[in-house]
Design a protein around this ligand. Structure first.
Ligand code: PMP
Length: 403
């Protein structure tokens, strides 16, 4: 007889990274100081791995809104949206999100991951789903759940997408899924070209704006607005865990689609709704996104400073001007050495290893936020350059010589 639990071993990579004292995951943050720094393993370090780009998780109005809602409505809703778990606050947030983004309606769910899973009923067996190869795991999971055939086009490769669309039976429903700003590489989708293909092939266009909501575009609607194509997006998925500084997610789009998902999306139907504190915090953040565009400007200026500085130190980066910056390393052990050395230099970054990235493409992802000062951005830059000098050539800085 085989014990079903026999397979449950720590992955060998995790074992060996631990024995080398290079394991970069699950490192607890003990305190957050609200100034771009956190306490990790007894040391105050620069947080360079957060997606709280506008620093709203620490904004007094956002925290007050959360605390007020917690006091008034309790710590949780103990039920799903469809039964007892819908709050008037959820509906208020949905109406504001839809209005802000120019969609007819929105449905608030408990995480961004769940928002993408909630798309599954749109991806039926008589449809074909075309997803960018870098699209988030939750979008791919939704395709599996929905049962539609899945075609992965090369990252932002519109010609490849075009070939795929042309090759498939035009009688099948078509949906194109991509991210507005890509979560790992920080670049933007080629929305103008993709929207053109969607129109030409009668395909529906779904954009995950997890990272760009609140950050990009003149008013913060996201990559769609920045690229002048917000109105070509049929359905937009959102998370509140980046620019809105809390937790939660939403799907926004035509009222008929949102109504359909409300009755079909099992990921939302069978799960408890978003706690009041998070809904109220998201609502307060959304208002600050509208009222304080200078936060967007500040973080984008930091991004420029970091990217220019890295280029000056000989790093090659993928094109882009967003605050998420990938430093390509190559193999996972070197990547973890880089990550550990950065922590020793007082910087907490993100190590992205397979399967989050393709084999051989491990990278360090750093991000800056509106909480940082210019001096902190310069410190981050210095730490990256120092560690890269020490470790020698990496994929993102092939010409370097180890010191
Ligand atoms: N989509 C993308 C592109 C993301 O980066 C993330 C978060 N890593 C999600 C969805 C999931 O969002 P959440 O963390 O709110 O579940």
């Amino acid at each position: 007889m085989t014990d079903a639990f026999a397979k449950c071993q720590l992955p060998p990579e995790a074992e060996s990274l631990t024995s080398l004292r290079l394991y970069p995951f699950y490192r607890p943050v003990a305190e957050r100081f609200g100034d771009g720094e956190v306490l990790v393993e007894g040391r105050r370090v620069l947080m360079a791995g957060s997606n709280d780009y506008l620093a709203l998780a620490e904004h007094p109005r956002v925290k007050e809104a959360g605390v007020g809602a917690l006091r008034r409505l309790g710590a949780g809703n103990s039920g799903s949206r469809v039964l007892n778990g819908t709050l008037a606050l959820h509906e208020e947030l949905e109406a504001e999100l839809a209005r802000f983004l120019g969609h007819e309606a929105a449905m608030v769910v408990t995480t961004g991951y769940q928002a993408n899973l909630a798309l599954a009923p749109l991806f039926g067996p008589r449809d074909v789903l075309y997803a960018d190869r870098h699209a988030h795991a939750s979008l791919i999971e939704a395709a599996r759940l929905g049962g539609s055939p899945l075609r992965r086009f090369r990252h932002n490769d519109v010609a490849h997408l075009g070939e795929m669309l042309a090759a498939d039976d035009p009688e099948l429903g078509r949906l194109i899924v991509t991210e507005g700003m890509f979560s790992v590489t920080g670049d933007l989708c080629d929305l103008p070209a993709i929207a053109g293909l969607a129109t030409a092939h009668g395909a529906r266009l779904i954009v995950d704006s997890a990272h760009d909501l609140g950050l990009l575009g003149a008013t913060g609607q996201g990559a769609g607005e920045q690229l002048g194509h917000q109105d070509t997006i049929d359905v937009q998925t959102l998370t509140f865990s980046k620019c809105l500084g809390t937790t939660g997610g939403a799907v926004a789009g035509p009222a008929r689609i949102i109504g359909y998902l409300r009755h079909r999306a099992r990921a939302a139907l069978f799960s408890a709704s978003l706690p009041a504190a998070c809904a109220a915090a998201a609502l307060a953040s959304l208002r600050i996104v509208r009222e304080e565009p200078e936060r967007r400007r500040r973080v984008l200026e930091h991004a420029r400073r970091l990217r220019d500085g890295l280029a000056g130190h000989g790093f090659t980066l993928p094109p882009g001007d967003t605050p998420t910056v990938p430093i390509e390393i190559g193999d996972p052990v070197t990547c973890c050495r880089f990550w550990t050395a950065l922590l020793e230099e007082g910087v907490l970054a993100n190590a992205m290893l397979p399967p989050a990235v393709p084999e051989g493409r491990s990278l360090i992802r750093v991000s800056v936020t509106a909480a940082h000062t210019e001096a902190q951005v310069d410190r981050l830059l210095e730490a990256l350059a120092t560690v890269a000098d020490r470790l020698g050539p990496i994929a993102g800085r092939p010409g370097a010589v180890a010191r």
